[in-house]
Design a protein around this ligand. Sequence first.
Ligand SMILES: *[C@@H]1O[C@H](CO)[C@@H](O)[C@H](O)[C@H]1NC(C)=O
Ligand SMILES: *[C@@H]1O[C@H](CO)[C@@H](O)[C@H](O)[C@H]1NC(C)=O
Ligand SMILES: *[C@@H]1O[C@H](CO)[C@@H](O)[C@H](O)[C@H]1NC(C)=O
Ligand SMILES: *[C@@H]1O[C@H](CO)[C@@H](O)[C@H](O)[C@H]1NC(C)=O
Ligand SMILES: *[C@@H]1O[C@H](CO)[C@@H](O)[C@H](O)[C@H]1NC(C)=O
Length: 727
Amino acid sequence: MVRHLSLVFCVSFILACTFLSKCDAGDDNPKLHIVYMGSLPKTPYSPSSHHLSMMQQVFVENDSTNFLIHSYKRSFNGFAAMLTNHQKEKISQMEGVVSVFPSKNLQLHTTRSWDFLGLSKSVKRNRAIESDVVIGVLDTGVWPESDSFKDEGFGPVPKNWKGSCVGGKNFTCNNKIIGARYYIEDTARDLNGHGSHTASTAAGNYVHRASLFGLAKGTARGGVPFARIAAYKVCGGLGLCDSSAILSAFDDAIADGVSIISISIGSSYQENFEEDTIAIGSFHAMAGGILTVNSAGNSVPSPASVSSVSPWMLSVAASTIDRRFIDKVVLGNEKILTGKSINSFSLNGKKFLIAKKNSEPDSEKCSKDSADICECLDRSLVEGKIVLCNGFSGYADYEGGKPIGSIIKDFSESYPPFVSPLPSLFLSANDYDILRSYTNSSKIPKAEILKSETIKDPNAPIVAIFSSRGPNTLVPEIMKPDISAPGVDILASFSQAVSPSDDGYDKRSTKYNIISGTSMSCPHVAGIAAYLKTFHFDWSPSAIKSAIMTSANPMKGSKDEVGEYAYGSGHVNPISAVHPGLIYDISLDDYIKMLCNLGYDSKKVKLISGKNNSCSNTIDRSLVRDLNYPALSIDVKSNTSFTIKFERTVTNVGIGKSIYKASILPNPKIKITVVPETLSFKSLYEKQSFVLTVTGNELPTQTVISSLLWSNGIQNVRSPIIVNVSN
Ligand SMILES: *[C@@H]1O[C@H](CO)[C@@H](O)[C@H](O)[C@H]1NC(C)=O
Ligand SMILES: *[C@@H]1O[C@H](CO)[C@@H](O)[C@H](O)[C@H]1NC(C)=O
Ligand SMILES: *[C@@H]1O[C@H](CO)[C@@H](O)[C@H](O)[C@H]1NC(C)=O
Ligand SMILES: *[C@@H]1O[C@H](CO)[C@@H](O)[C@H](O)[C@H]1NC(C)=O
Ligand SMILES: *[C@@H]1O[C@H](CO)[C@@H](O)[C@H](O)[C@H]1NC(C)=O
């Protein structure tokens, strides 16, 4: 299948490029680079003319204007340009430059089958206040005609909205979608589906009887149905997102005055903040009072696969919900086997022949191995029949074989199902064998594949297998991911330009679709953050983040992994998050101090922050753990004794007069003390500090988990404690 091969090629090509740009193998063709220059100077300054003059200095003979691709000038300073390595070096040396690095392709954090196979395609409401909230969604654009984005009953745009509708070809805004910009293709219209899905999950209207061809029927709605949406299209129809475009979108979204940014995009590895466009953009958003919510990533769950690692962002893992999709097949002998699928097709009570084989044993065109996994099919043997696929390489070679349906041996029973382009389901290895022997032993084997149904899953929520895991190896003191939210088989609005299964031969279009990924969990939390903003309009991004983290429900970890590295603080709980009791606030200055303590060059920190004397004389790596983060995490050496002190300050945002008592989840491997153990607050917004000390003795390599709980009997303020022992 050509499509698969080309995708494999793509992946290796990207790796090769990264490798080349690192080792500079004599190739000096111009490549797209980002020149990051920190905050905008407060003094009168023309960023555009400065960017051009810098470019002119490295393009001596040629007109440089054609090489300047984006200017970042509304919320922070910098530009993106086509530069050779030689020019890159020259610009890096110029006054005012923080970093110069190649722009690259980031991925949408949605999983469909292909991604899992490594073939990545790239309550109580105040309506008036809520309608002043604007969620900026950096994604593939939106489908403006979707019912989720209708503006019936919406008043005029909020007074302080400074954005515009620049949606390009065939795109009009309304009082729900109040802003649109595109940085790729010629329209902010969603030609992929991902952006409509994320935007409607965060802030879609109530839409009754939404479903995917009858599946998952119910009321679709976002976290804040009355809020507004501003769409920033940074990824094209094929799902490729260029990081220089993402930075442009941050530049605009911050200046436009969005309240929250939701970005379900990322790379698959951890990068230095000064070369990570999402970290850069979200830093300036935070400095402007805007919280950025980002998907943790969808890597196969290996340690340290989380790509969203900066402390000023809220990084979201994905977990299951209590609705699960199953699918049944009825055999000719009336035996019923149950598997998984999101199969919206009905065979209307008719049983179809099962193909006994998918190709002739001596076929040159289609080898037995390929035919066994339905990579190719012999049309004369399978047309109009149900094919059995002993492995997954796609739902079946539909165009080559024209089967009526397919039954596939499950490659990973813990992986969620996805929308099938033809009647199809996955069966466990055991049930697949039962089906195989029925087929072998029956003269005329037949089966009917039923339409999927949903069942209640009592084990939910559990973290999805694809959700990227911690730890954060860049800054081990910052726990990542921060939180988990629903990201498995989520129904939301979709683009009508593509089919729900994303298969070329699937000619259907649908208003609502069911997809999975941390891409889907991210806008849930963005919606919740916006919901919190309607109660606490003046809270800082870190306060909102703290409220969401400390009120999360504890989750169960699986036996073989560190649960916190999968779900962070736990499962998001929007109702408790509104009244967190205490918050761990972090100011811009605190983050700047952390950058200094991390060893960032003080001249660069000054450029980034736009502040004088950002770094004091005493720079101390060990003070990074004192960033007022709502989780406590530390790396210690194995086989040594350690005593680690964390300083934290909490702000009372609950009841004026209240007493909080500390309790520690005991772990026999370490000793934890909190001083003081009781915090007595006399008034609202009062701050109090405490010191938490962890001691341990010559532990072998492992991760030791505990937690700190402050409780006043009503509100529980919980922080995970993670001690990562390694050598
Ligand atoms: C100017 O442009 C030409 C043609 O694109 C190229 O060959 C040459 O290297 C460029 N010179 C500089 C200094 O960039
Ligand atoms: C705009 O897009 C919609 C949806 O694809 C389509 O129905 C309509 O005809 C388009 N209008 C124009 C003027 O192209
Ligand atoms: C069914 O037949 C195929 C091919 O004839 C054989 O490879 C397979 O082992 C058989 N399976 C069962 C369960 O009998
Ligand atoms: C930084 O210091 C310079 C020189 O002393 C001064 O002109 C400028 O106003 C200061 N900037 C800020 C943001 O304090
Ligand atoms: C730690 O101590 C254990 C037991 O004494 C020993 O087996 C292990 O090799 C030591 N590890 C390191 C990294 O020194």
